[in-house]
Design a protein around this ligand. Sequence first.
Ligand SMILES: *[C@@H]1O[C@H](CO)[C@@H](O)[C@H](O)[C@H]1NC(C)=O
Ligand SMILES: *[C@@H]1O[C@H](CO)[C@@H](O)[C@H](O)[C@H]1NC(C)=O
Ligand SMILES: *[C@@H]1O[C@H](CO)[C@@H](O)[C@H](O)[C@H]1NC(C)=O
Length: 331
Amino acid sequence: MYKMISIFGFMITTIMLFVSSVVSQPRISFTKILLPPNTTSPESVAVDRRGNGPYVTLADGRVLKWLGPDFGFMDFATTSPDRTKDVCDGTLNPDLIFQCGRPLGFSFDTQTDNLYIVDGVLGLYVVGPNGGQATRLASSAEGITFRFLNGVDVDTFTGIVYFTSSSTTYDIRNITQPGFQPDKSGRLLKYDPSTKQVTVLLRQLYVPIGPAVSLDGSFLVFSEYGNKRILRYWLKGLRANTVEVLFTVPGYPSKIKRTSIGDFWVPVNIINPATFIATPMGFRFNSFGTVVQKVDFSSQYANQNITVLNEQNGVLRVGCRTVNFIGIYSP
Ligand SMILES: *[C@@H]1O[C@H](CO)[C@@H](O)[C@H](O)[C@H]1NC(C)=O
Ligand SMILES: *[C@@H]1O[C@H](CO)[C@@H](O)[C@H](O)[C@H]1NC(C)=O
Ligand SMILES: *[C@@H]1O[C@H](CO)[C@@H](O)[C@H](O)[C@H]1NC(C)=O
């Protein structure tokens, strides 16, 4: 049993404003849930099947759960078994990621309420609905240790877990180092709980990020950041085990999440080639690869790259590696 260890102060700011959208100009509400003091990097955000949360991954290795304005955040789950709160809570020391953990993506299995978590450097984990220390399911594939897992999704029909690795050579510390160049050693991976085996589905990808399984389980989509495009990998049917380009995007795409009606949201961060200023956008697309909605998040995330857009009942939870709040966007 994992008790609530700490409740933090919090603050919510609601800003009503107009946000420009290519498709429409709706009046929207944008609310911020501030993270606990000294914590940052809410890269992934999700709610559970009952709509509780949001849950959030942090740079200091924890997954937190928001209990609402009266109670704030509680510690929900951890990946590293070596993590201690005194050393790790609030840390920004990149070299502590192996001790403290660095969860970067997660996804609920809506059949079991288990939460699958990818820790960038430590591997694929699962934790039950009460949270606590997650169980590691895999730390390598084909003899290559994971260094930069970034996204995960579960096929709720089969229980099979799909996840992505940005690279087999570098980890999250390297991307901000001078002269860094991404390589094409990314992999699309599969974990089958019935055999406990990891299979490499695709390799030599140019920074694949954040897979999402389709509503009918016939395919999954993922971003290829380096090539600024969205790929589709067929899981069933005549084209099973083949990949195709679904569409290209005008910026760097990040983690994809499916909506309840079967569309997908992907953040697309457009970098101005002259000023290097980032315009964070959200694209919603359908299973034909048609973009049906675009939202510009520049007013709320000025010059930041957003990392995930997770929709439930029309409300988008926004993740971003470089801020200290969770964004809640409702048209
Ligand atoms: C946050 O960090 C500051 C500066 O390191 C420190 O003085 C303060 O106690 C920290 N607050 C919490 C809640 O950890
Ligand atoms: C990544 O960064 C770590 C820590 O600074 C360093 O030891 C390692 O050599 C770097 N790896 C690459 C591929 O640059
Ligand atoms: C946003 O992403 C671009 C492209 O990867 C990168 O050059 C830039 O530094 C990022 N901005 C921030 C604030 O992280």
